[in-house]
Design a protein around this ligand. Structure first.
Ligand code: TXA
Ligand code: MG
Length: 360
């Protein structure tokens, strides 16, 4: 019988500075996972909250620790693509072709699942999402655990995904057994998710592996409309994660589809107490409101977005104007996260006073 309440845990912080010297910490993290515990660990995308994917109670504890809806399935993390056939069936050859190009790395592939994956891990679906992470710390912990590691992002459900150990400490201290600190994540946004379990390959969540890159292997790849648009009322979510509120800070965010000059002018016209700008490097000098810069290109924007969303809360932002990223390349992933954080509230400066809430 599974327990549905999470007991308060003594969390340990394991700092990794050197893979060899801190090997005992990696080993300890792997052993905690093997024994049914919860470990927040770094990957190249975001920090994940890892547990043994084959242990229904351990997986249930992930949902309890995060406050995550139980129908939202977890990604399993493996050391090597050759292990996929232990957990997935009917694997097409193109899966291995994708892995040769993009694994280990920020790509997750959904395949029909084998019986061995418990329904707790797959959220009751008959598919399983598989990723081979590249971060050496994640890889060592998976190897020491000796099990497939189920890991959603290591944040409380609804808040931005964590890109540093301090974000995990903020959200999960006392709710997990260990937090492994290996510094900042290099990509900063969660992995690209594609499904090979349907009639045609489809991209469900954009990430650092872009549609253009994937189309070199999957010329018929579809991009789900929910990547850029809100799901229709009552529409079935092909990926359950699509239907939940995400990444939302306290402030109301408005995405402005504008060039630098238009953005700066619009924001300055709307400057008042509590207004912040989430901008690019080129906008900083002209702005007359407090601002957080995401950097100069979409790689920087991806790396800095989630920390910036948390920082807006820390600084008490009430209203935020965010410069819309390019929807090309990795920019599509930045846009996908930002538009959710903004609850799809987007304007171009030419729009005049006819938005839903009538504020403009
Ligand atoms: O980069 C990442 O993917 C990070 C790191 C830790 O690996 N993990 C991550 O997990 O972002 P999570 O749980 O926060 O997001 C996984 C997304 C969710 O939207 C979930 O609904 C979807 O993948 N997903 C997982 N399994 C699925 C399945 N079998 N079918 C459809 N969607 C699935
Ligand atoms: Mg998540």
């Amino acid at each position: 019988m599974k327990s549905q309440t999470l007991q308060r845990k003594e969390t340990v912080l394991l700092k990794i500075q050197d893979l060899q010297q801190d090997r005992h910490c990696l080993q300890q993290a792997g052993e905690i996972i093997r024994a049914g515990g919860l470990v927040a660990l770094p990957t190249e995308t975001v920090y994940g909250l890892g547990a043994n994917a084959l242990d229904p109670q351990a997986v249930t504890n992930i949902f309890l620790a995060k406050g995550r809806p139980q129908d939202n399935p977890l990604i399993i993390h493996l050391e090597d693509a050759s292990q996929a056939q232990q957990y997935a069936r009917d694997i097409p050859d193109v899966y291995y072709e994708l892995c040769r190009r993009f694994s280990p790395g920020p790509l997750t592939v959904i395949l029909p699942k084998k019986e061995i994956i418990p329904k707790e891990t797959s959220g009751g679906l008959d598919t399983v999402a598989i990723r081979i992470p590249k971060h050496p710390v994640a890889r060592e912990i998976i190897r020491f655990s000796g099990v497939p590691v189920a890991a959603p992002s290591a944040n409380l459900s609804g808040s931005p995904s964590p890109t540093t150990a301090s974000h995990c400490i903020h959200d999960l201290w006392g709710r997990v057994d260990a937090i492994v600190d290996a510094g900042e994540c290099s990509v900063g946004l969660e992995s690209t998710v594609i499904s090979l379990a349907g009639e045609r390959p489809i991209l469900l969540r954009p990430g650092a592996v872009t549609p253009q890159m994937l189309r070199e292997v999957l010329p018929d790849l579809l991009v789900h409309h929910a990547v850029t648009d809100k799901l229709e009322a009552g529409e079935r979510a092909d990926s359950p994660g699509m239907k939940y509120k995400h990444y939302a800070p306290q402030a109301q965010i408005t995405v402005l589809d504008a060039d630098s000059k238009e953005f700066v002018e619009y924001v300055n016209r709307h400057a008042h107490e509590g207004v912040f700008a989430l901008c690019f490097e080129e906008d900083v000098l002209g702005l007359k409101v407090p601002c957080l810069s995401l950097g100069k290109d979409e790689i920087d924007q991806a790396r800095n977005l989630f920390a910036a969303l948390r920082e807006l809360d820390n600084r008490g932002a009430k209203e935020v104007y965010a410069r819309c990223p390019s929807k090309e390349g990795v920019g599509l992933a930045v846009y996908n996260r930002l538009i959710r954080a903004a609850a799809y509230h987007e304007l171009s400066p030419q729009d005049t006073g006819k938005k839903e809430d009538g504020r403009f």
